[in-house]
Each structure stands twice: as structure tokens, then as C-alpha cells.
Design a protein around this ligand. Structure first.
Ligand code: SF4
Length: 378
């Protein structure tokens, strides 16, 4: 099986091909800039090095199946078809600073964790993504921004660029942590995608070992934790992973991350009418945030996410959006806990938080390539 060259770092390519690392760096740069290897050796790369790279690997890609630009905001959702026929979704998110974008990437085909408020959770797990399939989502979005920039930016003479990456698309990234970490290393490599690790956030629904691995391997990366509820019984009903890994365990690992990095984690809380939006839910959430700050010296950044509809043709919506957002925030603020309300755009094209989903292709379900060390923790 040839190696996917866009998942190799320059020193890995140099080792595999027995070539000079300077040549390897230039080959990596070419692969990420053009999505392939040049037919003829450019003046900057020795022909023997290019031939060795060509013999060792190839540059597979993922095809854009659909591209849906929201009519209500500048979010864009891509459905990418992978070589085995599986389809994943990726979202291009405009940042406040004009010309900067974040890419919300998928790390698995589907997801095994079955959070009740998430469309991906209804799919079940197809398989883990390979590192190159994760990297390629960002590379394809970057390529489109370069070749076909949004008209308002082009008119203003602003060159758009991918500034950050968010692992909050389809799948639980901590359940595919080795490949996620490798993809992060490639994304942040200056000759590859050159994205500052501090602008990469990995969000988990609660796998403590994955949090510790992330801390050990790529400590500059930011951590997000999806809470669901601060009340264990309620959380378990919304997020079955609570049964295997109670929130207490997850927060202990997040606390280690916060203490070691000196950075606050992001806590995400999806507000669901009548499920987790009562005053007592807000009070429990405030207590949790304050206890975390006392124990670990970092106050979490609390992000409230309005629920986005996930009904499809066959399954109705299990929840309704909360109408208590301001009342909920007031209870938190009364206890000294500030919040951010996440604008989750692209709702009209199914790009908003919790909405990513695709029917699993025949044969993809259960064909997980997860090795035991990468499988969800029990
Ligand atoms: S919220 Fe994340 S972990 Fe939960 S089912 Fe959806 S994709 Fe999986």
C-alpha cells in the first residue's frame, strides 16, 4: 500500500525515502500547495529525491460530493467522498477577523458515542479516518479559498487563509487520537499547512485517556469538553458515555490539562428545552465551573450552544431549542460565571453544531479501522 504523502512530515519523508531533509521539506510543501507531485522536477528539488518520493507514496484525495453555502451567513458545508465511498462533512467557518477562517473537521465516519442531541450520533460508527483524510479536509478548504476566494474579500484585496482548526465535526476525536495527533502535527508543520497549534481545538464528549494523550503529545493544542449537563443522571440520559466515564473523571483529566498548559478549557453546553435549561441546571453548571477554577487555577470558558434541529426524513426531532437562554445566563452570571453564546452558523444547510450526518454507505458500517488503543475507552 503506497503511503499517503500528505500525512508525512519532512523528517518522516526523508527517512522513508532516504533523501535529504531539505528536499523532503520542499516535496511536502509542493504536495500541500498543489495536491500532487510535479510531473517534472522543479529547479528547487533534486530529481532523485522526487523519484524516491514518487516510488514510496502517492497523493490520494477526497472528492467534493456537495458544497452548500449558507444563505443566511458565510458558513459553507462540504460533503467529501472518501476513496472507500464513505462520506464525511466539513464546515468552513468565517472568523471575526476578515479573511480568516476556521475549518471544523471530522475525525471519524459516524460516531459510536450516540449523544442524544447530535445527528452524527444517530449514524453509529463506520470507521476511523486516516490521518491524511483529516489533513486533506483542511487542505481542500485552503485550496478553494486560494483559487476561489469569497467575492467580498477579493473585492477588498484581502487574501483569505485558514487560521484555525476545530475537531468538532463528525466523530469523537479522542477515539481516534493517534491519527488525530498525527494530523495535527502535519497541519502545524510550516512546510505543510502551517497552522499554529494554539489555534487548533480538540473537543471531546469525555474520554479521559485521550485528553491525557493530547496533553502529552501536543500540549499547545486547546481542549474543549462537551458537558451536556452538570447533573450526572441527566448527563447520562443525554450522553451515554457518562456511564463509562463519569464527568468527574473527565474533568480531572481536563484539570491536568489546564494546570500543565496554563490555559482554560472550553466547556460546551447545548441548551435543550425542558432537559437541561432549568435554573437548577444553571446553578449546578455554575458550581461545576467554580469548583474547576478552584481546583485547577483556570476558569473554563463556558460556551452555550443553542440546539439545532436534527430531524431527518425518518426520525423526528428529539428536542426543542430552549427559550430560557437569557434566564439561564442570568443564573450563571449571578454566581459570577460569564458565558459566551456560540453562534452556530449554516443552520439552513445543516452545517450547525450537532447537525452533521450522512447515511453510512453499505459496507462502511462496522468496518472500523480502530486499533484497540484507539477505540473508545470503556
Ligand atoms: S456530539 Fe460528538 S461524540 Fe457525541 S455523538 Fe456527536 S460526534 Fe459523537
Amino acid at each position: 500500500m503506497p503511503l499517503a504523502l500528505q500525512a508525512l512530515l519532512p523528517d518522516e519523508l526523508a527517512r522513508v525515502c532516504n533523501i535529504d531533509v531539505t528536499d523532503a521539506r520542499r516535496i511536502v510543501s509542493t504536495v500541500h500547495r498543489t495536491g500532487g507531485l510535479p510531473a517534472r522536477s522543479p529547479a528547487t528539488i533534486r530529481r532523485a529525491a522526487l523519484d524516491a518520493a514518487r516510488a514510496a507514496g502517492h497523493v490520494p484525495t477526497i472528492q467534493i460530493e456537495t458544497r452548500a453555502a449558507s444563505a443566511i451567513d458565510p458558513f459553507v458545508k462540504y460533503a467529501f467522498r472518501l476513496p472507500d465511498g464513505a462520506v464525511i462533512e466539513t464546515v468552513r467557518i468565517p472568523l471575526e477577523h476578515p479573511g480568516r477562517f476556521s475549518v471544523c473537521v471530522s475525525s471519524q465516519v459516524g460516531c459510536a458515542l450516540a449523544c442524544a442531541f447530535c445527528a452524527t450520533g444517530r449514524m453509529g460508527l463506520g470507521r476511523n479516518l486516516e490521518a491524511w483524510e483529516i489533513v486533506e479536509q483542511v487542505r481542500r478548504v485552503r485550496e478553494e479559498l486560494a483559487h476561489d476566494p469569497p467575492t467580498n474579500l477579493a473585492a477588498a484585496g484581502i487574501r483569505p487563509r485558514v487560521h484555525g482548526v476545530l475537531f468538532q465535526g463528525m466523530g469523537e476525536p479522542m477515539a481516534n487520537i493517534e491519527r488525530v495527533i498525527h494530523a495535527i502535527r502535519v497541519m502545524s508543520e510550516p512546510s505543510a499547512l502551517a497552522i499554529d497549534m494554539r489555534n487548533i481545538t480538540v473537543c471531546t464528549s469525555g474520554l479521559p485517556t485521550g485528553i491525557r494523550t493530547l496533553l502529552r503529545e501536543v500540549p499547545a493544542v486547546r481542549l474543549g469538553v462537551s458537558l451536556g449537563s452538570a447533573r450526572p443522571g441527566r448527563r447520562r440520559a443525554l450522553m451515554p458515555i457518562e456511564g463509562a466515564h463519569p464527568l468527574e473523571e473527565v474533568l480531572a483529566a481536563a484539570g491536568e490539562h489546564a494546570r500543565a498548559t496554563g490555559r482554560s478549557p472550553m466547556f460546551a453546553y447545548t441548551l435543550l428545552a425542558g432537559q437541561n435549561d432549568a435554573d437548577e441546571d444553571a446553578a449546578a453548571l455554575a458550581d461545576l465551573c467554580l469548583a474547576f477554577a478552584t481546583a485547577h487555577g483556570q476558569r473554563p470558558r463556558l460556551s452555550l450552544i443553542p440546539y439545532n434541529a436534527i430531524a431527518d426524513g425518518t426520525t423526528p426531532d428529539p428536542f426543542q431549542p430552549s427559550t430560557r437562554l437569557e434566564a439561564f445566563r442570568a443564573v450563571l452570571l449571578g454566581r459570577g460565571v460569564g458565558t459566551i453564546v456560540r453562534y452556530s452558523g449554516g443552520g439552513d444547510v445543516g452545517a450547525a453544531c450537532g447537525q452533521l450526518a450522512r447515511p453510512l454507505e453499505r459496507g462502511v458500517r462496522g468496518r472500523s479501522s480502530a486499533r484497540p488503543s484507539e477505540a473508545p475507552e470503556r
